[in-house]
Design a binder for this molecule. Structure first.
Ligand SMILES: [Zn+2]
Ligand SMILES: [Zn+2]
Length: 266
């Protein structure tokens, strides 16, 4: 299972990215402010660095953790005799809720916001924004996920499906494209759509601190962080950042350690 998983996951990731980029090219939701090539270079560059860092610094990733927990009867679900399909479903739902809660905390706790802000500095968003995360956030997130997989005794197939869904949905909901109106609200009833996540990238804090979900829109509705704003009124990015800085890889990497006014007041 683990030997083919990286190939399957990478193939689905590349195919999803290509399809969403074609969609953006044919029907962009907004005109980009920055140069597309510069943005792609920095976002894809960050994604590549993060992938290498994870492989080098984290000895065991989420799927291997689930298999190890299963073999050693560690964690809640491994102590029960639930049908396998139900364990897979619980794993997917629990991990999606975890990612929702983690994202909300990344916004609420000032030290974590410094790390997560790299994702919000871009005045544009598109499919490549799904890779725009500071390496510290990627490592922290994997540490939290591994701990949760152990504690839950997560089903290995559930973890595999979740990882594929999460990366595909991150590409989809960062798309610079919109689902046509009558259908958008039906899809949004279940999944996080591009219009829903775009609101989360607003320059206004009141809008930015909403729509934390990545896969299901359910969690934002349950925990009252859901909002539906008219797309025309949205301006994206983080106000004190100079647009030219946001396409500099070194600036993004330094961001959590900058002591300028950027993070003094949110
Ligand atoms: Zn965020
Ligand atoms: Zn985002």
């Amino acid at each position: 299972m683990t030997e083919y998983e990286p190939i399957i996951r990478s193939a689905i990731f590349i195919i999803t990215l290509a399809i969403i980029m074609l969609w953006e090219h044919h029907a962009p939701a907004r005109a980009l402010i920055l140069n597309l090539k510069k943005r792609l270079a920095v976002n894809l560059g960050l994604g590549f660095c993060n992938m290498i860092l994870l492989r080098l610094l984290v000895p065991i990733l989420a799927l291997e953790t689930a298999i190890h927990a299963q073999q050693n009867t560690i964690g809640l679900l491994n102590q029960t005799k639930l049908p396998h399909a139900l364990s897979i479903l619980i794993t997917i739902l629990a991990l999606d809720l975890l990612i929702y809660a983690q994202h909300a905390l990344l916004h609420k706790i000032p030290a974590l916001w410094r790390i997560h802000a790299a994702h919000h500095t871009d005045p544009d968003i598109d499919a490549s924004s799904a890779l725009r995360f500071h390496p510290i956030e990627i490592l922290l997130s994997m540490g939290i996920k591994i701990t949760a997989v152990y504690a839950l005794g997560a089903a290995a197939y559930g973890v595999m499906i979740f990882e594929i869904l999460l990366s595909s949905m991150a590409i989809f909901n960062h798309a610079n494209a919109s689902i046509k109106k009558p259908y958008e609200k039906y899809i949004r009833a279940i999944l996080v759509t591009p219009d829903m996540h775009r609101t989360h990238h607003s320059i206004r804090q009141g809008e930015r601190d909403t729509n934390f979900g990545f896969i299901l829109s359910l969690w934002d509705r349950i925990f009252r962080t859901y909002t539906d704003k008219p797309q025309k009124t949205l301006t994206l990015g983080l106000p004190p950042c100079k647009p030219a800085d946001t396409t500099r890889l070194l600036w993004i990497l330094q961001l959590p350690f900058l002591t300028r006014l950027l993070f003094a007041k949110r």
